[in-house]
Design a protein around this ligand. Structure first.
Ligand code: XLS
Ligand code: NI
Ligand code: NI
Length: 443
């Protein structure tokens, strides 16, 4: 086996470049369905799916949970925080290159040591960013998006941009400003705002109107700064209804879109939709993707899946092909992901402790989305499902329905038509559609 590493040593020893071996392969470290150069609808799979590896879950989270200590051993760990950050970056770029994912994503403090001192925070971050740039140039791996962690430090316990204490906003701004500077250095395609603590715990102590306005102002000045320094990518809001806050202001796609428009951010902001956040909000992944597409607001995707029985954000790697098929269908109808990508905001289970499990988890996620893409392509090429959907609206494609859609029928005229109308009970054919999807999937 060829060795491959960046920097000084190989961390994922004994694992080479992950290859496509096809559905019959029994090699756990090979793709069964993701064939990056395969052309689907005139584009390679790689360009359709734009996979990204999340720094925080893959190279930082060590299995610690509220009930137990770390279970995962990271061979790149070092006592000196800057050396630790450089080692981690080398491990990350080795992993991402071996996996063959084109992109990565990180929070400021995933990549670079945090510090109580603002000056040291900035210095560390800019120094590590220069190293990330070197590794990007060496490997060809690109930055999908970065973000600032505005939820872990105790100062953010009452929120960041929505904190009732103005002095906290300044420190949050410093992080966002530096992350945008770093983003421009690294040529990022996007910048994400996920407001884990931008919400409230109780209305008894919270002025929600004021807090939401503060958030609007914060995002506006961040946008203005980003554009001023030459950030050309897309800003994302990542909705989530709760956790860690009881109620978060960016509850779901519809709420985030209304917020974006209310604060005049619609030319710069789109949504980053995460499956498990949509399900926490009581929706499906497909629902929140569709809401975004309907509003021209689909930015990027945090590709994971939840657990149907657990009511929290389990951030599992996506394996449910029924869900990935529906997602890819919506994404294809959107003309693709554009600047966005499929970012694995997902973690292996706490007891999946081998380094190889990190590869296996990503391989499964990439295969699940490749299958979703292939099935969505079959569905579109066959056209039956789209034709059935369209035919349900045929009464708006001719006669008075056309005038209604143009806004040319007032309520009196519509009521007049109602005097003569005799609606039939037209079947929605839901079971037939489900059966068809299974045929596309398994035949
Ligand atoms: C947490 C979020 C977070 C964002 C980035 O639930 O998914 O990981 O994606 O801050
Ligand atoms: Ni996420
Ligand atoms: Ni999540």
């Amino acid at each position: 086996m060829d060795t491959y590493f960046v920097g000084n040593q190989e961390y994922f020893k004994g694992i080479g470049k992950i290859a496509y071996e096809g559905p019959k392969s029994d090699n756990p470290l090979a793709f069964k369905f993701y064939d990056p150069k395969k052309i689907v609808r005139g584009k390679t799979m790689e360009d359709h799916l734009r996979f990204s590896v999340a720094y925080w879950h893959s190279f930082c989270a060590d299995g610690t949970d509220p009930f137990g200590k770390a279970t995962m051993h990271f061979p790149w760990k070092h006592d000196d925080p800057m050396q630790n950050a450089r080692n981690k970056a080398e491990a990350a770029f080795e992993f991402i290159t071996k996996l063959g994912a084109p992109f990565y994503a990180f929070h400021d403090v995933d990549a670079s040591p945090d510090s109580e001192s603002a000056a040291e925070y900035e210095k560390n971050y800019l120094e590590i960013a220069a190293y990330l740039k070197r590794l990007q140039d060496e490997t060809g791996v690109r930055l999908l998006w970065n973000t600032s962690n505005l939820f872990s430090h105790p100062r953010y316990m009452n929120g960041a941009a929505t904190n009732p204490d103005f002095s906290v906003l300044g420190r949050a701004a410093l992080q966002v400003k530096t992350s945008l500077d770093v983003n421009v250095m690294l040529g990022g395609s996007g910048y994400t705002f996920w407001g884990g603590r931008e919400g409230y715990m109780t209305l008894w102590n919270t002025d929600t109107k004021r807090e939401e306005e503060h958030l609007g102002t914060f995002l506006r000045i961040a946008r203005d700064y980003g554009r001023k320094i030459g950030f050309k990518g897309t800003f994302y809001i990542e909705p989530k209804p709760m956790e860690p806050s009881k109620h978060q202001y960016d509850f779901d796609a519809a709420t985030a879109i209304a917020f974006i428009r209310k604060y005049g951010l619609e030319n710069d902001f789109k949504c980053n939709i995460e499956n498990n956040h949509a399900t926490l909000a009581g929706h499906s992944f497909a629902h929140d993707l569709q809401v975004c597409v309907d509003n021209g607001m689909l930015g990027s995707v945090d590709a994971n899946q939840g657990d149907a029985q657990n009511g929290w954000d389990t951030d599992e790697f996506p394996t449910n092909v029924y869900e990935t098929t529906e997602a890819m269908l919506i994404i294809l109808r959107n003309g693709g992901l554009h600047n966005g990508g499929l970012n694995f905001d997902a973690k292996r289970r706490r007891n999946s402790t081998e380094l190889a499990d990190l590869f296996i988890a990503h391989i499964g996620g990439m295969d699940a989305f490749a299958l979703g893409l292939l099935t969505a392509d079959k569905i579109l090429a066959d056209g039956k499902i789209d034709a059935m959907k369209k035919s349900r609206y045929a009464s708006f494609d001719g006669g008075d329905g056309v005038l209604y859609e143009k806004g040319l029928i007032d309520l009196v005229k519509l009521a007049d038509l109602g005097r003569k109308a005799q609606p039939k009970d037209i079947s929605g054919k839901q079971e037939l559609l489900y059966n068809l999807v299974n045929q596309y999937l398994f035949s």
